[in-house]
Write a protein that binds this ligand. Structure first.
Ligand SMILES: Cc1ncc(COP(=O)(O)O)c(C=O)c1O
Length: 413
């Protein structure tokens, strides 16, 4: 992350963060000044993560609490059960297994726990960076896989999925990303799950719903989903530090002995939590306290319905505003996701993304570089602690920055 931002911001950012040598004290003061102002005001993060969080969520992380404290054990019990409810499935059938670390840790934990050591084979349905990351995980783990790639601006194609499964019945796990955050495409998870269950009834179906869980409905029962993953600092708006899988108990219970890793053994983590209520290794105590507050705020906002309504409104404002300014979207209008939008770089000689990014950042507006391979894009997220007024303010800042860069608006196509 620092590497990515550092590349975007150039040398100044690395100097601020990595204060070294004789210029230490000047740079240190400067870095402190930045840190202080950020702590007081915060930046608006229009990014896919880390996402902005409310002050009350961050404040809930203040108490120190031992991992064996009954208060903490109760909080963990509560959040595990609440996540199953939010997933819309029954606690008799499903459980939540939190895992320390960012979202990728949960993705990796599921893949390497759910795929048997012998005879296991994964079908990865991929249309962007996060699907590609699963292939990398399989490579690292030496797990046999077939990566079926779809264009980055299109949804996973069901007919092709059915053809592949009919032609090869050796797959033991099929995975798909719900919201492919690199572009904003929403994949038809329920339909993919139905195809998998119809053709290979015993195959495990795994959904990476990292950036959509809690904001875009996902019917895990209709889609016959065995493992779903997301993380604390996505649409449920906790602070970063742990991720989780909502897993079908019968699928999880078959996973004993599969894991290639001790710390990412989802089965063992589950057994530990079930038998003692405690984590095997140091849990993200502060993050979990903050997450309980985040769940409270999620409920107060009206749960998934309330949260998605705000994100949809955020998306409407940014979409209409950007259109007026002449920016074009990477995806065509058949896509209706509201998590994040990829915008094509303006075709103007003065446009330079690093400058655009830095000037917006100076105004405390943080956007994100693109992550699609076939087009020059930047991304604007609608999720996290962002409200319609924030989206409108971002539009004003974009106008000011374009003027500053000598880019007349509206852009000409
Ligand atoms: C769909 C998806 N999968 C996986 C990840 C990886 O999560 P993390 O960066 O927290 O490891 C992300 C991150 O944004 C994501 O959007």
């Amino acid at each position: 992350m620092i590497g990515e931002i550092s590349r975007i911001c150039g040398r100044n950012f690395s100097r601020m963060v990595f204060c070294k040598s004789s210029s230490f004290s000047i740079n240190h003061q400067r870095s402190f000044a930045v840190t202080k102002s950020m702590a007081e005001q915060g930046k608006k993060l229009f990014t896919p993560g880390p996402l902005g969080t409310s002050r009350t969520v961050r404040e809930a992380a203040l108490p120190d609490l031992g991992s064996r404290d009954v208060v903490f054990i109760d909080k963990v019990k509560y959040l595990r059960s609440r996540l199953v409810q939010i997933a819309g499935v029954r606690e008799e059938d499903y459980t939540t297994v939190p895992i320390q670390g960012s979202g990728t840790f949960a993705v990796e934990a599921v893949i390497q726990t759910a795929v048997p050591r012998t005879g296991g084979k994964v079908l990865l349905l991929e249309n962007g960076a996060y699907g590609k990351r699963m292939a990398k995980i399989c490579e690292y783990l030496g797990i046999p896989y077939h990566q079926e790639s779809f264009p980055e601006n299109q949804k996973v194609d069901l007919n092709r999925v059915a053809d592949i499964l009919r032609a090869d019945n050796s797959f033991t796990l099929v995975s798909v990303v719900h919201c492919e955050t690199s572009s904003g495409v929403i994949n038809p998870v329920v339909e993919v799950g139905s195809v998998v269950r119809q053709i290979l009834p015993d195959c495990v179906f795994f959904v990476d719903a990292m950036s959509s869980f809690g904001a875009i409905p996902l019917d895990m029962t209709a889609g016959s989903v065995d493992f779903m993953v997301s993380s604390a600092n996505k649409c449920l708006q906790g602070i970063p530090g742990f991720s989780y899988s909502v897993a079908r108990k019968t699928a999880l219970e078959k996973c004993k002995g599969n894991s290639r890793s001790l710390s990412l053994d989802l089965y063992d983590q589950y057994q530990g939590l079930e038998s003692t209520g405690q984590f095997r290794f140091t849990p993200a105590t502060h993050t979990m306290l903050a997450f309980c507050q985040a769940l409270k705020e999620f409920d107060e906002e009206g749960g998934l319905q309330g949260r998605s309504a705000r994100y949809i409104e955020n998306r409407r404002i940014i979409r209409e505003g950007m259109r007026k300014l002449g920016f074009t979207e990477f995806l065509d209008s058949s896509h209706d996701g509201y998590i994040i939008t990829s915008y094509n770089f303006p075709d103007h000689p003065n446009f330079d993304f690093k400058t655009f990014y830095s000037k917006l950042n100076e105004k405390d507006q943080v956007i994100y570089p693109g992550k699609v391979l076939n087009a020059d894009c930047f991304r604007i997220g609608n999720i996290g602690d962002l409200y319609p007024k924030d989206m409108s303010h971002l539009l004003v800042c974009i106008e000011q920055v374009c003027e500053d860069m000598g880019i007349p608006l509206p852009l000409r196509s």
